[in-house]
Design a protein around this ligand. Structure first.
Ligand code: NDP
Length: 420
């Protein structure tokens, strides 16, 4: 069979080009391990020099490999179960639409039932705290292997199945960005599966493990730990409840499935997003009722903005005549698609990022003000979303041209009203 080595003619390199694609796969996995070590150390200082390094013996545990592979297999099994509905993705360049099972929330519920049962039978979930480092090492290893598999298989994919950005002909860059847009094994969509299942559900299971560890150590869970667990569970449950909306996001519609997304989904999300819970195990914090109320209000406000704006855009893209969006002001573009210029998308150009960032802050505040580490997520996420906004802006300007410019004039702020 002929290999598809076709290159995208005008593929513009992102993430620092070849240099970025070479350094990021080394730097980010080391960052995950470093942050996990720091967060368990008594000082929990990201500024400590020399940095906290783990003894090699703490990096590997065969049980961790069994757990990671078992977890992936279990979530794959739930993905394949005939639960929930089947939805169609956006139209692809060959005019076809792929089908996706919308059963992520079912998978979360079945996982919750299994976990409750296992805890009732005495499973020591708190042991996840001791296993964090070897689990992260295995997740990183799996990410590299899966990305390599995807890169190799992409040479057998038809041209129309390739992503625009990951086909420069430079192996390091293409491995990083991902050559194929929607790699599948039969009807099993690897990108869609990884995007919301093993990593996201894994994140809240790790959080629960940290809560159980705290109960083991101090006989009860602290308010700070309960808040962090509840906020993040709400976020994950919301993402899975609204799973269909992921079909219109940049990750699914635009980006190839390469190391960037594989590592992000399988290693970065579960092991760095759970840092606050892991931090609280070693560094308990007391929280006043007033402080807790303020943090809950902040998370609620962030969630409201995030959910309402994402649903509005998703509804508008799926059915612009739906009564909830039909009266919103829009501008026409040469592609036939329209852009919202009122409602949430008339406030700033990325209201969903604004809500997400408010929530990110609320997840860190229960960890107090004595350490920087729990704020890693807000800082990283702000950088990620500012960069993501710039990428999206470039894509939209290329897609919509003058119409995008007039949208930008009508809605001058990107994420923070009157600030940015
Ligand atoms: P968005 O959901 O913001 O989608 C951007 C796309 O929306 C654009 O490319 C354009 O696509 C469309 N669009 C932009 N402006 C308008 C408008 N005025 N009217 C109508 N359509 C418009 O992109 P993301 O995938 O970046 O984000 C999805 C969610 O995921 C966000 O809430 C984000 O915060 C969250 N997220 C979370 C991450 C995490 O790690 N926790 C990481 C990344 C994202 P088109 O016109 O082609 O439809």
């Amino acid at each position: 069979m002929k290999l598809n080595k076709q290159k995208s003619p005008q593929a513009e390199k992102e993430f620092g080009g070849t240099l970025g694609a070479t350094c990021i796969p080394v730097f980010l996995p080391l960052t995950v391990l470093y942050l996990l070590c720091v967060c368990r150390s008594p000082a929990a200082s990201v500024l400590q020099w020399p940095p906290v390094l783990p003894p090699t013996a703490q990096l590997w545990d065969p049980l961790a490999l069994v757990l990671i592979l078992g977890w992936m297999a279990l979530q794959s099994f739930f993905y394949l179960l005939p639960m929930g509905k089947v939805s169609e993705g956006m139209v692809l360049t060959d005019g076809s639409r792929l089908k996706y099972p919308i059963n992520g929330f079912h998978a979360l519920c079945v996982t919750a039932v299994l976990l409750t049962l296992s805890l009732w039978l005495g499973m020591p979930l708190g042991y996840l705290f001791e296993l964090l480092l070897p689990l992260a090492v295995c997740a990183i290893g799996v990410s590299f292997l899966l990305s390599l598999y995807l890169y190799i298989c992409s040479f057998w994919a038809p041209h129309h199945a390739l992503a625009q950005g990951g086909n420069t002909g430079n192996p390091l860059y293409d491995f990083f960005m991902g050559r194929e847009l929607n790699p599948r094994i039969g009807s099993f969509d690897l990108k869609y599966f990884c995007e919301l299942r093993p990593g996201l559900i894994g994140w809240v299971v790790i959080n629960l493990g940290m809560l159980m560890k705290e109960v083991e150590l101090r006989d009860s869970a602290s308010l700070a730990m309960i808040l962090v667990n509840s906020f993040q569970l709400l976020y994950v449950a919301d993402a899975l409840w609204n799973e269909e909306a992921v079909l219109t996001t940049m990750d699914i519609v635009h980006d190839g499935f390469g190391f960037m997304l594989v590592f992000g989904d399988l290693a970065w999300v579960p092991f760095t997003y759970s840092l606050q819970a892991a931090f609280l195990v070693v560094h308990p914090q007391s929280l006043s009722p007033l402080g807790a109320t303020a943090i809950i209000t902040l998370n609620g406000a962030g969630y409201y903005i995030f959910r309402k704006s994402n649903s509005q855009k998703n509804q508008f893209r799926r059915n612009p005549t739906h009564p909830s969006v039909a009266n919103l002001e829009t501008i026409a573009t040469a592609t036939g698609k329209r852009l919202l210029v009122s409602g949430w998308w008339g406030l700033v150009r990325h209201p969903n990022y604004l809500g997400d960032l408010l929530m990110a802050l609320a997840w860190s505040l229960p960890c107090g003000f004595n350490h920087l580490l729990p704020y890693f997520y807000v800082v990283y996420f702000t950088v990620l979303l500012i960069h993501r906004e710039a990428r999206d802006e470039r894509h939209c300007r290329a897609k919509y041209g003058l119409a995008w410019d007039s949208y930008c004039r009508r809605v001058p702020y990107r994420i923070f009203p009157y600030i940015y």
